[in-house]
Design a protein around this ligand. Structure first.
Ligand code: DGL
Length: 268
């Protein structure tokens, strides 16, 4: 039994997709969330910069006394897994659990991968999918503008700007008749309604934040690292820019207030 909080981080709001799932499956667990909102996006930056940021983000979570670290960020997961695996606590990320879920979901063996530029360039999801089945047909599409759309709350599937960007980005996946799409950046599930509208109701959308949270929950249980019963759940959120913008998107998405639980910090 381990009553310390779980540490979750992302470049910004995207990792809340993992937090939301953790709140469902592990309602007693406390969470420390770190969103690097002052430096988002990561996905347009060089691997060296992403790795330097990731190192600082993980060091911040470790300073909060977490029992495990979840990189709820496709970009960090793709470029800085070795840094995470060298931490003195269990480390989890999004790529492998998401690839496993996509492999289980596809019926026609044609899988689409969406992510940031850095994630798609790294080929991380392709490698994980091919390790499961080299016969899968994989089409990858970088969707970098999805990140600022989410950070600025452009989530409405009827918004003509959001819809047009989604149509352009997802066109190559539709052209390849994929039946499963990996939302390989944790920001993208917040755009699920518009992505579903463009891809059509038959396409399965795999939420990387959710899959990572489920894998973490299972591993903590197996390793005996869950908290004790009847613990008051505590959630603390740390961001590197003004908390106001974070709260505006986080509250409707999580479905509860985060008032008084969000603080601004520097990690450089
Ligand atoms: N949410 C992150 C990811 O999963 C990063 C988005 C970004 O900062 O570009 O890739």
């Amino acid at each position: 039994m381990d009553n310390r909080p779980i540490g979750v981080f992302d470049s910004g709001l995207g990792g809340l997709t993992a937090v939301k799932e953790l709140e469902q499956v592990l309602p007693g667990e406390s969470v420390v969330y770190f969103g690097d909102t002052g430096r988002v996006p990561y996905g347009t930056r060089s691997p060296e910069t992403v790795r330097a940021y990731a190192r600082q983000d993980m060091a911040f979570l470790m300073s909060q006394g977490v029992k495990a670290v979840l990189a709820a960020c496709g970009t960090v997961s793709s470029l800085a897994g070795d840094i995470g695996r060298s931490l003195p606590v269990p480390y989890f990320d999004v790529v492998e659990p998401t690839a496993r879920a996509a492999f289980a979901a596809t019926k026609n063996g044609r899988v689409g991968v969406t992510g940031t530029n850095a994630t798609v360039r790294s080929g991380s999801y392709e490698k994980a999918l091919q390790a499961l089945d080299p016969g899968l047909a994989i089409t990858a599409a970088p969707c970098p503008l999805f990140v600022p759309l989410v950070e600025n709350g452009f989530l409405d599937p009827d918004d003509p700007v959001t819809l047009e960007i989604a149509r352009r980005y997802l066109e190559p996946l539709k052209a390849q008749s994929v039946d499963t799409v990996i939302l390989g950046c944790t920001h993208f599930p917040l755009l699920r309604p518009v992505i579903a509208r463009v891809m059509g109701p038959q396409t399965r959308l795999i939420d990387s934040g959710r899959e990572a949270a489920l894998a973490l929950a299972e591993a903590l249980e197996v390793q005996g690292l869950l908290c004790g019963p009847d613990r008051p759940r505590q959630a603390a959120f740390f961001v590197t820019d003004d908390p106001e913008g974070f709260c505006r998107v986080a509250e409707p998405f999580l479905g509860h207030s985060v008032e008084g639980a969000v603080a601004q910090v520097t990690v450089e």
